[in-house]
Design a protein around this ligand. Structure first.
Ligand code: NAG
Ligand code: NAG
Ligand code: NAG
Length: 170
């Protein structure tokens, strides 16, 4: 099961805001890391969805150079990943936590997708998704970032298998 977060970043106000897209457009205020973090928890796959989803928490703050994201997966039972996978392998065929990041307030056609797996491997690409729905036959492309660690897109991951918790800091 993949746990995802959509972040539309609004810049200009004293705070960043992170928005989850959806009909009701939930949002949180995100402070500078020097002042703490904004935090959101969810346990449904979509904001008004029916189905229970494992409890997931995302903590967010910003610095002059980075967006800091802490993904926490609670109620985790599988820790399901492919030990052979390395950077930009198809991690999404297993479990990942992922963020879709865009600078602006409109519904984007391109965005940065960032994924981390329970074994601390990452997948990162700029997505081109002009139909926004991935309609049949519509273009859908990506430009992967091949050297994320050199670029500064680093993670740290800790698994608590007995407690059912997986934390990745990005
Ligand atoms: C999670 O889901 C259950 C059932 O829908 C609900 O009762 C609970 O308050 C939710 N929140 C947390 C933090 O578990
Ligand atoms: C695990 O990943 C490797 C490398 O991508 C692939 O060759 C292999 O088929 C995968 N294993 C399974 C069980 O899917
Ligand atoms: C996870 O990957 C990062 C690079 O993205 C590395 O610096 C770190 O040591 C790795 N290991 C753990 C346990 O987080």
């Amino acid at each position: 099961m993949n746990r995802w977060t959509n972040l539309l970043l609004l810049v200009g106000a004293p705070l960043f805001s992170a928005h989850c897209t959806g009909s009701s457009v939930p949002s949180i205020n995100v402070p500078s890391c020097s002042e703490g973090a904004g935090s959101v928890q969810y346990n449904k796959s979509v904001p008004n969805g029916e189905n229970k989803f494992p409890l997931t928490q995302v903590d967010l703050c910003y610095t002059d150079s980075d967006i800091k994201i802490t993904f926490t997966a609670f109620e985790e039972v599988n820790f399901y990943y492919n030990e052979s996978h390395t950077t930009n392998d198809p991690l999404y065929e297993y479990e990942v936590m992922e963020a879709f990041i865009y600078h602006g307030t409109n519904d984007p056609k391109s965005y940065l997708e960032f994924e981390v797996s329970p074994n601390n491997v990452t997948w990162q690409a700029f997505i081109y998704n002009p139909s926004k729905l991935r309609s049949d036959g519509a273009p859908f492309d990506n430009g992967q970032l091949a050297s994320p660690i050199v670029d500064g897109l680093v993670t740290s991951t800790a698994l608590d298998r007995d407690g059912g918790v997986w934390v990745s800091n990005a």
